[in-house]
Design a protein around this ligand. Structure first.
Ligand SMILES: Cc1ncc(COP(=O)(O)O)c(C=O)c1O
Length: 426
């Protein structure tokens, strides 16, 4: 029995789902203490878009540490911070004609969401925030109040208030534009909806079931926010940093978020780093009004700058992600056709895709069977009913196919166990 099993809190989860002791990792591969290699289709829940220990990111970090450069500096000016802000502006914002200020909250995604919620309420002087069914935004109280999952919400132990949930795109079936419900609530003075300060949305709901909103829905949402003077908070914590095939999940859409939350793969190396991009007219915190000790992870600045310079100076990397995403979608559709009994439903965008599987516990059984065969993958959705594919964006086509072969074998094995029609090609 490990110290982890003996002494770590019962709340631990991934060490239960992936029951081995990991030692090293490189690219799309993890290796455990027994020397067994696992292909990683989970990528740190989206924190490792460039894979594990990418050499182009590791070397600048090693040089930086060896040179005794600043590690911790609150939000003091450091060279590493300055370079990161410069690279972010020059490589991402300026070419898109975006004019955001960079606000550094604490190091995690939920810290970014808290800062955006506070600021939206401050600049509007209003309290209500609208979120969407199946949305996931983090575990601290503010972020939890805009998270839909009942199990997670119950953990708060206090009232989660000043939030209202509207149906996400597709939540009421394919024939209903759910924004009609929201628009009606906004325009009907007897709807009971107080004029919201903000709307918070994920373009692709990661934890909520890999539900991708359509471009039309997202555009209409942005227009509704503008028409009614509501701030739009775009939570790109999981769907951003290239995951959907462009750096921001809103690239190419006619939308104008007032706040954009980024975290997870922002540092590129799995180091904690978050930012909120803030429209200049919303940049209303007084100096120090929102602070935190860890708002300047200089090691993360170094790897984040290297990631921007390595992958985002042109469209080549993103184009390769889109190619692999198309291949993933095609193969998932072929695999799904082999298990009609599980009524597989495909969803997602870019290298953020999922397969919903009928039957309680099916997706979890498939993830467990995949792990036994050397593939790490997670489930998602309100009932954990979706097998989720979130591989490093840097994986090779061969690695993608290899992982999908394992998924297919695991899926067919579970379908056979459940005695459901599995058209096994073999
Ligand atoms: C969309 C989204 N927002 C916020 C968060 C919270 O980020 P963190 O776990 O770093 O607090 C997550 C985490 O999965 C997320 O997927």
């Amino acid at each position: 029995m490990s110290h982890i099993d003996q002494h770590e809190s019962a709340v631990r989860s991934y060490s239960r789902g992936f029951p081995t002791m990991f030692r090293t990792a490189r690219g799309a591969w993890l290796t455990d203490v027994h020397g067994r290699a696992y292909l990683d289709f989970f990528a740190g829940a989206g924190a490792l878009n460039y894979g594990h220990n990418h050499p182009e990111l590791k070397q600048p970090l090693l040089d930086y540490i060896a040179g005794d450069n600043i590690t911790h500096g609150l939000d003091m000016a450091t060279e590493a911070r300055d370079r990161f802000i410069g690279a972010f502006h020059d490589i991402l914002l300026a070419p898109r004609g975006l004019d955001y200020k960079l606000l550094f909250p604490g190091p995690t995604g939920t810290n970014a969401v808290e800062a955006a919620l506070k600021l939206a309420r401050k600049v509007t002087g209003r309290r209500t925030v609208v979120s969407f069914t199946n949305g996931f935004h983090g575990m601290t109280l503010g972020a939890l109040s805009v998270t839909g999952n009942a199990f997670k919400r119950a953990g708060a132990g206090v009232a989660l208030h000043d939030t209202v949930f509207m149906p996400f795109d597709g939540a009421l079936g394919p024939d209903t534009d759910t924004l009609d419900v929201f628009e009606n609530a906004l325009t009907n003075p007897a709807s009971g909806l107080d004029h919201p300060a903000a709307v918070i949305v994920e373009a692709v709901q990661g934890e909520g079931g890999i539900n991708a909103a359509s471009p039309e829905w997202l555009t209409r949402l942005s227009q509704l926010c503008q028409t009614h003077g509501i701030k739009l908070i775009w939570d790109d914590i999981q769907a951003g940093c290239g995951r959907t095939g462009t750096f921001f999940s809103f690239d190419g859409l006619d939308v104008e978020p007032d706040f954009v939350c980024l975290s997870k793969s922002l540092s590129g190396y799995g180091l904690p780093l978050s930012i909120v991009l803030v429209a200049p007219e919303c940049d209303a915190f007084a100096p120090g009004e929102h602070n935190g000790t860890f708002r300047g992870n200089n090691h993360a600045f170094v790897t984040a700058t290297a990631a921007l310079e390595t992958f985002w100076r042109d469209d080549a990397f993103a184009a390769d992600v889109r190619d692999k995403a198309a291949h993933l979608a095609q193969r998932l559709s072929d695999i799904a056709a082999k298990v009609p009994g599980l009524r597989p439903g495909l969803r997602g965008r870019g290298l953020m895709q999922g397969v919903a599987l009928a039957g309680e516990g099916t997706a979890e059984a498939v993830a467990a069977a995949a792990f036994e065969r050397g593939l790490i993958m997670e489930t998602s959705g309100a009932h954990d009913e979706v097998a989720k594919f979130l591989p490093p964006l840097t994986l090779t086509r061969g690695e993608l196919d290899r992982g999908l072969d394992v998924f297919e074998a695991a899926l067919l094995a579970v379908a056979r166990e459940k005695d459901l029609a599995a058209k096994d090609a073999a």
